[in-house]
Ligand binder design. Structure first.
Ligand code: HEC
Length: 705
């Protein structure tokens, strides 16, 4: 019953198996195989690819690069008439970092894996990909690349056998003004079901609520018309309605222009890469290809002219947007909320100020409506000449971060409660992304930082990023399951590895999108020490070490602290909580730098130690804020930014909740260990002198050699 016409894309009906209903399938018989294969749609949907492979009979494994393989047995593959193989963690060999963060269903949105196969032949082969069943969240996956390998791991299909689908070729199937208008209306008022699963309920949210209000996210990341139709059907709409929505999204091209080639569903938003600032569509990131294989390779971009302190000077401004890292950020699908807050919390959300402040909906008491103000006042509002976008957006964050108290107490062991929390943080994130794109905030924000300093020089926004989101509120950081206190086990991410990956990924995205531009204040817009801590946690759960990405974090943190304010106000200025050489060294050869050559470790730690000393030595002891011993200010522990008592003896217990976990004690113990690890002796002597200046009664001078 299969029909194929060479050189054509043929849609045909295939019976998948006795248990699955008749499902539409696509058979691809072009001279080249156009990738990706979109294995998206109803449960059981199958894509069939025919490929000519001269030495096909020698094939032993199938290699795949797949986006959104989000659970075991979501996908099955079949070679010719051999048995179907369900892809699972226990029968596939998943490459490197993808595996370390949990593999299928883990952190990475795109995985590369191999699976043993039989049944390939010399000549034409049929490879089928099936989407087995939905988890109520996903409608399938995309095969971005594939090959067959022989027993020597040599690829059998030449790259000339493949081509790439081009978004520009997608022709809207219903391109009349009436259909486009209908699609636009459906986007915001269709009335949807949560999914096509038989037990799925009606939901209050529409496409526009979870995505962007005008659908520009699907346009920006080039979601195919096919995927939009299938996703519409997933939410209970008809084929025609889906096509109308897809035609509306395609029509955005006329007003929003053509997104860059890097803008594809699998390319992680804001993935850093060389030259990105000069490109349009920063938001699309530098692409999956910009994700490095080895963490150590980031060092070339941090130190283009060899290891030296100038490259990472506290007084400098490292462009993290352009430093590729060996860490794949979440794709756009991982930004979207799985449940809209109005469905998660009901009227309590709809009528809250948290909702009101975004677009004016509901009966919340808030009078400020960000979307209206941005629309009517534009750049003047953003730059603080007519109203104050900075403060208004800050209080939007406060509505969630500090004031949101639902009447049903949140039980963090309850998966539904976890989903409500996480999805609400994601909703805020997506709506911030929407405002940032629609009102060009990524370009205006640097000007806003400068305008604020011009008004009030004490603000010291001395580190203005060329591109960023504005303000103090940490809308990205706050999506982290760590800050949301989602438990390590029994969580919506399926594993502690995946949870910790996301905890770290959102922290890193905050660093990329809005590290602060020098306006750091306590733990806004990033709590640096938390971010460093979560990198440690991620290394613990994955056993994958990232000293170079760790260095980028700490260099950015210390540059943010070295903003000209100094040590009389450690919550805003320089301090030893948010940037220290110990965070870079991290036990050296026995710790995070274990897999790095000695010479590299020593050179990098020396470079950082030197710039940190240059900065720290500037301040007379008398300028430093210290805990004063009064009630509430008598604790000298790990997160204290002030210095301890001047006569403190490292290693002793003192004050409220006494602890040895403080910078004075850590330094006392670390200086000899760093010396043994090969760190520059003269610099370590300067370190000892600095600590002696700050704690004259302690025996730091005895550590000098
Ligand atoms: C409750 C929030 C919500 C609503 C409402 C919603 N979406 Fe989505 N959408 C998501 C999430 C979450 C994903 C990512 C799913 C995944 O992880 O596979 C997604 C994914 C998609 C995708 C990508 C699918 C893929 O696998 O490539 C498209 C296209 C899409 N949505 C279109 C729509 C359209 C059209 C509507 C309205 C008919 C809509 N969405 C309504 C949350 C929502």
């Amino acid at each position: 019953m299969k029909q194929s016409l060479s050189g054509l894309l043929v849609a045909t009906l295939l019976l998948i198996s006795c248990n699955t209903p008749m499902t539409k399938a696509i058979e691809i018989t072009q001279s080249t195989l156009a990738l990706p294969l979109e294995v998206l749609g109803a449960e059981g949907y199958t894509v069939t690819a025919k490929i000519n492979i001269a030495r096909g009979s020698t094939a032993r494994t199938l290699w795949l690069q797949v986006n959104n393989l989000s659970y075991d047995n979501k996908a099955s593959v079949q070679i010719n008439d051999a048995a179907w193989i369900g892809l699972r963690n226990d029968n596939t060999d998943i490459e490197a970092a993808g595996k370390a963060y949990g593999g299928i269903g883990g952190g990475y949105s795109t995985l590369r894996l191999r699976v043993p196969i039989v049944g390939a032949m010399d000549g034409e082969n049929t490879i089928r990909f099936r989407f087995n069943q939905s988890d109520g969240v996903s409608i399938g996956y995309r095969v971005l690349a594939l090959n067959l390998y022989d027993e020597n791991s040599s690829p059998l299909i030449p790259s000339t056998a493949f081509s790439k689908t081009k978004p520009i070729d997608w022709i809207p199937t219903r391109n009349t003004p009436q259909d486009i208008a209908k699609g636009k209306a459906l986007w915001s008022e269709a009335g949807l079901k949560a999914s096509y699963l038989s037990n799925a309920k009606a939901i209050k949210a529409n496409c526009a609520d979870c995505h962007t209000q005008d659908g520009r996210d699907l346009h920006q990341f080039n979601y195919s018309s096919y995927s939009i139709v299938e996703r519409s059907k997933f939410h209970g709409l008809s084929q025609i309605e889906g096509e109308q929505i897809a035609s509306y999204i395609r029509s955005l091209q006329q007003t929003l222009g053509t997104p860059s080639e890097r803008c594809r569903p699998w390319n992680p938003p804001y993935q850093p890469g060389a030259g990105l600032d000069a490109e349009k569509d920063w938001t699309c990131g530098a692409g999956l290809d910009a994700v490095l294989e080895n963490d150590a390779d980031s060092l070339q971009s941090v130190f283009p002219n060899g290891y030296n302190k100038a490259a990472i000077a506290t007084t400098g401004l490292l462009n993290a947007r352009e430093i590729p890292v060996a860490f794949q950020l979440p794709d756009w699908k991982r930004w979207l909320p799985r449940v809209h807050p109005m469905d998660a919390w009901g009227d309590e959300f709809t009528n809250s100020s948290l909702n009101k402040r975004y677009a004016g909906e509901g009966t919340g008491s808030d009078k400020t409506v960000l979307r209206d103000l941005l629309k009517t006042r534009g750049q003047d509002y953003i730059l603080g000449k007519n109203g104050d976008f900075w403060t208004d957006s800050y209080y939007w964050g406060v509505e969630w971060g500090e004031r949101w108290k639902p009447s049903t107490p949140i039980d963090r062991n309850n998966l539904e409660h976890q989903a409500a929390l996480y999805s609400t943080a994601q909703w805020l994130l997506v709506k911030n992304w929407e405002l940032a794109q629609e009102f060009n905030l990524e370009e205006h924000c640097p000007a806003l930082y400068r305008a604020r300093v011009a008004k009030n020089p004490a603000i010291k926004a001395s580190k203005v990023e060329a591109r960023s989101w504005c303000g103090h509120w940490r809308f990205i950081f706050d999506v982290s399951p760590h800050i949301l206190k989602i438990p390590e086990n029994n969580n919506i991410f399926g594993s502690n590895k995946a949870r910790t990956y996301f905890a770290n990924a959102w922290y890193y995205l905050q660093l990329l999108i809005n590290p602060g531009s020098g306006i750091h204040n306590v733990h806004l817009p990033t709590d640096w020490q938390y971010a460093y801590g979560l990198l440690n946690d991620l290394e613990d759960v994955s056993q994958r070490l990232e000293p170079a990405r760790g260095l980028i974090y700490i260099v950015k943190g210390s540059q943010e602290m070295a903003n000209g304010i100094g040590v009389h106000d450690v919550e805003r200025g320089w301090n030893f909580r948010d940037a220290t050489p110990l965070d870079v060294w991290t036990e050296g050869k026995t710790g995070r730098w274990k897999n790095m050559p000695d010479a590299t470790r020593i050179a990098v730690v020396n470079a950082y130690l030197e710039t940190w000393l240059d900065q720290s030595e500037q301040y007379p002891e008398t300028q430093w804020q210290r805990i004063d011993g009064a009630d509430g200010d008598n604790w000298c522990g790990w997160s204290q930014r002030r210095l301890c008592w001047k006569d403190y003896q490292p290693g002793t217990l003192r004050g409220t909740n006494p602890t040895r976990e403080n910078f004075a004690t850590w330094s006392f113990e670390a200086i000899p260990n760093m010396r043994a690890d090969g760190i520059n002796g003269a610099l370590l002597n300067r370190y000892a002198d600095l600590m002696h200046k700050l704690y004259p009664n302690a025996e730091y001078l005895a550590l000098k050699r």
